[in-house]
Design a protein around this ligand. Sequence first.
Ligand SMILES: [Zn+2]
Ligand SMILES: [Zn+2]
Length: 370
Amino acid sequence: MALLLGEKLAEVSYYWNVSIGSVLKLSHDFERRNSVAEIRKDLLRDSWVVIATGRAIRPTDLPVPSQGKPLKAQGFCPFCEGNEAVTPPELMANRRPGTEKNTPGWTIRAIPNKFTAFSRNTEFATETNGIYSFMTGFGSHEVVVETPEHDIELHQQPAEKISEIIEMLKRRHLDLAQDQRIKFIQTYKNKGLFGGASLGHSHMQIVSLPYVPNELKGLDSYAQATGNCLICDMLKQEKQDQVRLVLESENFIVICPFASRFAHETWVIPKYHARDFGDLPAEQIPELAAILRKVLVSMVDILNDPSYNLVINTAPVNVENRPDHHWFIEVFPRLIVQAGLEISTGYYMNLISPEWAAETLKEKISQLPD
Ligand SMILES: [Zn+2]
Ligand SMILES: [Zn+2]
């Protein structure tokens, strides 16, 4: 039987920035709930852990093999053209005229993630058991398959194709944001084994959640303390300092951030104040695609095809009275596996200074043809 304690609700509300009313409203009738995951409170570390509960999985079923075998060598690929029937039905796709949904003929395809911990068919609720508390796995998780071709990586695509990918990510973002229950949308890419990719075929993922994670709390606290946008103030200083500035175009700027957690961590940021990725003007997409392509091509060349992650940080959706935000893209190569120090202290050790990384990247980009 579910127990809802005011204290626990206040705690959930505080950490996840949701109103207690919304938690209460949705937390009746747990019996009807069909949860696929529990987001469990880690009391020791004052954090949260997503634990999949709704499916039996054997260790050998885990998507990334423990021996680190190259994933492309495994044969069948559900994201390749012709294998549409083995994925869940597509949500959106760009298709050649005359081709039917869930058949070949697409150039980019958004589908639900088959192996997800989140579902919009479950209710958002919180429950306690003694000292423990957890939330249900309400949300969504989808995949954007960037190309029907198996062996073309994102950085190998022409800028026009990268524009098509960004445009699809924006369309999915706007579509998810229409669901008023969704408060936060995280778009990301896992590339390579150390980046957490479970399939070699180039793709992005989008998770949507009914609460706002606390990960970018520095943005909020800076805005509350100064009344300014942290990212806008960072850009002012980076333009003065110059040493971490990699590249500028009319509307975007590329920096290696002052406190880079990862070697060659690189951010692509709108130069003007812009809170929501969904507001990215259509006419700026080709410019963003061209600049992102330069960053990726150079990074892949300098670091010899590393695993990496790419994430789009953007403002929460469907929430009021929150501090301002400024969307940006982060790219971080995964050259080493984060180990005991990072896991135990949360402090990252980065062996390449952002100033050096910026210089190297700037030089490599200057050698690229326009
Ligand atoms: Zn494939
Ligand atoms: Zn700003």
